[in-house]
Structure formats: C-alpha cells, structure tokens
Design a protein around this ligand. Structure first.
Ligand SMILES: Nc1ncnc2c1ncn2[C@@H]1O[C@H](COP(=O)(O)OP(=O)(O)OP(=O)(O)O)[C@@H](O)[C@H]1O
Ligand SMILES: [Mg+2]
Length: 238
C-alpha cells in the first residue's frame, strides 16, 4: 500500500443479526480511497450506504474483511482506541445535523476538541474561531441551533466536523434536509474544503451533487456496482 492510500478495505462484509433476521448489509467490499479524493456514494434505500460510512468512520465494525486506515489495520482495535482514532481522524456530517440543542454554535464546534489533551485552551479557541470563519458563521457564534436555518445548522455541523483537522470527512446525505439554496451553500463549502485538500466521502441521492465529486460509487444490495470518475454520472438518473 502506498502512503497516499488513506483507506483500504479488503473483502469487507457486514451482517446485522437479530433473533429473526440476518441482514447482509455489505458484502465483499474492496475499496481504496486516496488522500484528497472527493467520493460520492449513491444507491437505493437500504443498499448499505450508511453502513459503509459507519464502518469507514469507526462507528461500527465489519463482521468480515480488513480495514486499513492510513496503513493501520483498525478492525481489531478495542472500543477505546477506536473512539480515540475516530475523534482524531474522522469528521462526521449527518442529514439531521445532530447539533446539541442546548449548546451554542461556538460550544457545538468546541465540543469534539474538549477531548483533545494535545491542544491548549488557546489553540482550541483559535481553531473554533477559524472554523466559524470558514463556514461564515462568526456572527452567529452565540446562537443556539434552534435559532438557525437548516443550512446554517449544517454549516455549523461541518465546522464541528473539521475542527480537529480530520483525515477524512464523512457526510451522510448532508443536503438531504435542505432546500436548494441551503444545499448549494453546503455543497460549495464541501467543495472548498476539498480544494483545500480534505478527503470527503459523501452519500447522496442527488445526481447533480454526486457529479460534483471526483469519483462516483454506487452500491446495490451491499455491493459496489459502479466505481467511476464522477463526470460520467450525467447519465445516472435515479
Ligand atoms: N442496526 C441495524 N440492525 C439491523 N439491520 C440494520 C441495522 N442498520 C442497518 N440495517 C439494515 O442493513 C441494510 C443497509 O442499511 P443502511 O442503513 O446502510 O442503508 P442505506 O443505503 O443507508 O439506506 P438509506 O438510503 O435509506 O439511508 C438495510 O437492510 C437495513 O435494514
Ligand atoms: Mg442511510
């Protein structure tokens, strides 16, 4: 594996087992994502997109296969080590924003940094102020999430995701709850972060958004059925 391979999945499978049902959510996923790539992930409901993102983001573990993150095998890591790595390396953006309602914009962005004992308080403050500026929310730093539009809330969620300078941003339908204007501002923000070097994996149902990535992946029934330069997605229409 070369240095620029940020992610390497080898034969990854995920089976959810309940008493009555076994769901093969992912089957034999082989995938390499290099540093700086912007990858969109599409596919019908239930095909395994969020499951893939949870595994990539160390929120969940695969039931088979190997996952190398920056060259380190992470499948065998314990809960605590996984959580530490997740906090350092991964920034999440969810469809439903997932901001904490009784924390201000500033405090929401600050929250993941509170677990970082390698940063001083003044460094943390500088990071939060930087992130606020990046997403153009400085003037709203003392607002609560309920006082913001959906697009503004999602921009705060992006700021929270990038605060720790993660290796990778994982976004699950980041524009799914937004109107077209707000969706556009969030897409532009992701594009800007990508241009500045961020690695981004974005689940989207919207072909126009998918096209704005470098690379288009499509899942079907837990398997990758398309992996191509995003430019070709003009033909994809679902
Ligand atoms: N915690 C769980 N326990 C059992 N089954 C699960 C669990 N999470 C997901 N699944 C199942 O795994 C499959 C893949 O789910 P996943 O959430 O990854 O789909 P998705 O592609 O993100 O769908 P959507 O577009 O609707 O968000 C589905 O059949 C789902 O029912
Ligand atoms: Mg999903």
């Amino acid at each position: 594996m070369t240095q620029s391979n940020l992610i390497e999945l080898k034969g990854i499978g995920k089976v959810y087992s309940t008493e009555t049902l076994e769901t093969h959510a992912l089957q034999n996923i082989n995938l390499v994502i290099t540093k700086g790539e912007f990858v969109s992930i599409a596919g019908t409901s239930g095909c395994g997109k969020s499951t893939l993102l949870s595994i990539l983001g160390l929120l969940d573990v695969a039931t088979s296969g190997e996952y190398f993150l920056a060259g380190h095998e992470v499948t065998e890591l314990g809960r605590e080590e996984r959580a530490r790595l997740r906090n350092r390396e991964i920034g999440f953006v969810f469809q439903s924003f997932n901001l904490i309602s009784d924390l201000t914009v500033y405090e929401n962005i600050q929250l993941p940094l509170t677990y970082r004992n390698d940063l001083s308080d003044s460094q943390k403050e500088e990071i939060v102020l930087d992130c606020l500026a990046t997403v153009d929310m400085t003037s709203r730093r003392d607002h609560f999430p309920s006082q913001l539009s959906g697009g503004q809330q999602q921009r705060v969620a992006v700021a929270r995701a990038i605060g720790g300078n993660p290796s990778m941003i994982l976004a699950d339908e980041p524009c799914g709850n937004l109107d077209s204007r707000n969706a556009e501002s969030v897409m532009q923000l992701l594009e800007k972060l990508h241009q500045e070097g961020a690695t981004i994996c974005m689940v989207t149902h919207d072909p126009a958004s998918a096209k704005r990535a470098d690379r288009y992946l499509e899942l079907f029934d837990g398997q990758i059925v398309a992996d191509e330069p995003a430019i070709r997605t003009t033909a994809v229409n679902h």
